[in-house]
Write a protein that binds this ligand. Structure first.
Ligand SMILES: C[S@@+](CC[C@H](N)C(=O)[O-])C[C@H]1O[C@@H](n2cnc3c(N)ncnc32)[C@H](O)[C@@H]1O
Ligand code: SF4
Length: 372
């Protein structure tokens, strides 16, 4: 029986960070109970069958901003509706400004075994510029409590390319996080999203952001420090201790199937990509007309997407896995694209893998364009 992942979206935050354009609201917490009722209905009415579940991921938004009892209800509903494998990875994203020890304990008891915490930077000024609700010290306190209640798998999110951030700030943040020894660290380059407060403020000259060259230096330095400290880079933005790669993420990059529940969530099932409405009121009122088919994948699209997703991983695309899945050798099927990218030194090929080179890691978008 096939194995799939489940994603649950919680679209509430205490306060919107200035850079963020995820589907999340800062002033609609009073709708959280109605929202969860709709979410429970959506899960209950799901008609997809023929699989077991091996990863569950509660993301947002900030799942930890709503009552822990509501979160537990959703996890229990998933467990009663689907066959969830015993050793599944079950993650919840938390924002340090929104959790107590009791909350973390409830998550742990109800079955969550992985916590993902947003820190972004340890610098107090940068945290203020980007609109975070917590200090570095509050983050440490949250981290300590997560360990105390027994979490043995913790991820910390950092960002580079932030307003007024320099290389020293980045090195300091990375070292401070390494000192805590989380099992997993994600390092995201700031994407300056349209219509965010940060985009407007930068346009108005309120802050400087690092140049591309400075940001590349931040990325390279971060990589070096993490690798020296036994964090293995397994994807462009993701590092982990051996054996602690995020199974939820790997499923996506390996083009495995998943079902998304909740506002604006995406699903990939039976070669169809579909998504839920991103209008909160509509989601709460009625779910019948809320699903939009995004793409019915042909074999060609699946092959291209498999390359694009797989090349995000440092190990790249396994030639034998591609052959097993599509019954053709990718070196033959994509011979023109691969030969061009090898000539440009953006990818390399060895016995069983096609992967990004050092240069390709910096210019990954150019590589992905070949498979669109
Ligand atoms: C849903 S949030 C994590 C949980 C929680 N909401 C928080 O912020 O602490 C997911 C992560 O995406 C990253 N992120 C969000 N917007 C981004 C952007 N515009 N550019 C780069 N990374 C971004 C941040 O590192 C953030 O921690
Ligand atoms: S980064 Fe996290 S806390 Fe900040 S607005 Fe986005 S989802 Fe909410």
């Amino acid at each position: 029986m096939k194995k799939i992942g489940i994603y649950v979206h919680i679209p509430f935050c205490k306060k919107k960070c200035k850079y963020c354009d995820f589907t999340s609201f800062e002033n609609k917490l009073n709708k959280s109970e109605d929202y969860i009722n709709s979410l429970l209905n959506e899960i209950e009415n799901c008609d997809k069958t023929g699989f077991t579940v091996n990863t569950i991921y509660f993301g947002g938004g900030t799942p930890s901003v709503i009552s822990e009892n509501l979160i537990v209800k959703v996890l229990e509903k998933i467990k009663s509706k689907f066959k969830v494998e015993e050793n599944s990875e079950i993650t919840i994203e938390v924002n340090p400004g929104t959790v107590s020890k009791e909350k973390l304990e409830t998550y742990k008891i109800s079955g969550f075994n992985r916590i993902s915490m947003g820190l972004q930077s340890s610098d107090p000024n940068i945290l203020k510029y980007i609109g975070r609700i917590h200090t570095y010290e509050e983050f440490c306190d949250c981290y300590k409590k997560a360990r105390e209640v027994g979490f043995k798998n913790i991820n910390v999110d950092l960002m580079i390319g932030l307003p007024n951030q320099n290389l020293d700030n980045v090195i300091d943040s990375v070292n401070k996080v390494i000192f805590l020894q989380p099992e997993h660290i994600s390092v995201y380059s700031l994407i300056l999203e349209e219509n965010t407060m940060l985009e407007r403020e930068i346009k108005n000259g309120l802050y400087d952001i690092p140049t591309d060259e400075e940001e590349r230096k931040m990325y390279d330095t971060t990589k070096k420090i993490l690798e020296k400290n036994d964090y293995i880079q397994y994807e462009i933005s993701n590092f982990s201790k051996k054996g602690f790669e995020s199974r939820h993420n790997l499923n996506c990059w390996n083009q495995e199937e998943y079902l998304g529940f909740g506002l604006a969530s995406h699903s990939y099932f039976n070669n169809i990509r579909f998504s839920n409405t991103d209008i909160l009121e509509k989601y709460i009122e009625n779910q019948k007309d809320n699903v939009k088919i995004e793409e019915i994948q042909t074999e060609e699209i699946r092959k291209k997407e498999y390359m694009m997703l797989g090349l995000r991983k440092l190990e790249g695309v396994s030639i034998s896995s591609f052959e097993r899945k599509f019954e053709i050798n990718p070196l033959f099927y994509f011979r023109f694209e691969i030969s061009k990218l090898v000539d440009e030194e953006l990818i390399e090929v060895d016995l069983d893998n096609i992967r990004l080179t050092r240069k390709g890691l910096d210019l990954a978008n150019l590589v992905f364009e070949e498979f669109v």
